[in-house]
Design a protein around this ligand. Structure first.
Ligand code: 3HC
Length: 285
């Protein structure tokens, strides 16, 4: 199966997840890591993702080997050249994203479309860095990418219909549902989710109920797979705080101000699953 070539820039949780999902669909994937040291780590991370799919019976070992052969990892951003779709998935820091997007814009082939996986920064703020804003849009994936069905497609003011169509076809080819939204801080997903999570943290802070009780209410009352505190730990408390601060800065709306407890926990280094402690305790990975 040959579906074409894409590139993903950034090999964190989201970048590796996007790479895994695209490999599983038949794409050749070039994954750009930060430095030579990151190559093995990224390869292992993606292989571990495939192992989880195998453990669930969603994939065979033969298919995994075949997928891994289509993965090329490089630390030279110029290697995005030749990809039809390039997805930026570096940390949610505006200047970092702008720098990376301008390098992508310089290296990409003329017909390539460029997407950012930003979770909160407006497309309008990032678009000037790309050079040709017509081919630029937001493709907001959800963690864990190989499992989650949604891709929030963010149309910037200058995004062309052709770029939107290519991104939609790419998402649906991966078995995902693409939902188009207008450009706005936090888009639709995080302006809903972060207020929900923040309110749960505030209820905990005010002693309205305990952590298990709050999460049980969402799990049994709303059929959510995880409660909001468990989900915040899963996303990363630092990521939640950063998204909220970013939306708050862009809108000035107090409902997006991160709860004091969240800010304090991040300050103490309690970042959720990745640090071993958040609202719950976790075994080191
Ligand atoms: N490829 C890779 N990993 C896979 C996989 C696959 N095909 N299938 C399953 N997995 C992973 C699961 O993620 C899980 O990982 P973990 O060990 O890190 O928890 C593990 O394999 C076990 O999978 P199961 O399906 O058996 O586990 P569960 O039934 O407990 O489901 C879950 C895990 C899918 C994470 C589920 O709890 C869930 O859907 N939670 C909610 C997730 C969610 O809301 N995500 C969105 C977050 S918001 C976001 O990403 C936007 C950002 O901007 C903040």
């Amino acid at each position: 199966m040959m579906a074409g070539r894409i590139a993903v820039v950034g090999a964190g949780t989201m970048g590796c997840g996007i790479a895994q999902a695209a490999l599983g669909t038949g794409y050749e994937v070039t994954l750009i890591v930060h430095s030579e040291k990151g190559v093995n780590e990224a390869r292992e991370r993606i292989a571990t993702g495939f192992e989880k799919a195998i453990a669930k019976g969603a994939m065979t070992s033969e298919k995994k080997e075949e997928c891994m052969k289509r993965l090329k990892i490089s630390w030279d951003i110029k290697d995005v050249n030749g990809a039809e779709i390039i997805i930026e998935a570096v940390p949610e820091e505006p200047n970092t994203k702008k720098d990376v997007l301008s390098s992508i814009g310089r290296s990409a082939g003329q017909n390539a479309i460029i997407a950012t996986n930003t979770s909160s920064i407006s497309i309008a703020a990032l678009s000037p860095s790309v050079g040709n804003p017509g081919r630029f849009l937001g493709m907001h994936f959800f963690n864990p990418v190989p499992v989650m069905k949604l891709v929030e497609l963010v149309r910037g003011k200058e995004t062309s219909d052709a770029a939107m169509d290519i991104a939609k076809a790419f998402a649906s080819g991966m078995g995902k549902v693409a939902v188009e939204v207008k450009d706005s801080p936090g888009f639709v997903s995080n302006r809903i989710l972060m207020v929900f999570i923040n309110e749960a943290i505030t209820a905990l802070e005010e002693g309205i109920s305990g952590r298990e009780a709050i999460d049980t209410i969402a799990k049994l009352g709303f059929n959510h797979p995880m409660g909001p505190l468990e989900l915040a730990d899963y996303i990363g408390l630092d990521v939640c705080r950063d998204i909220m601060e970013s939306i708050y800065e862009q809108t000035g709306d107090a409902k997006f101000k991160p709860a004091k407890l969240l800010v304090d926990m991040v300050g103490m280094g309690n970042l959720g699953r990745k640090s071993g402690k958040g609202f719950y305790e976790y075994k080191p990975r």
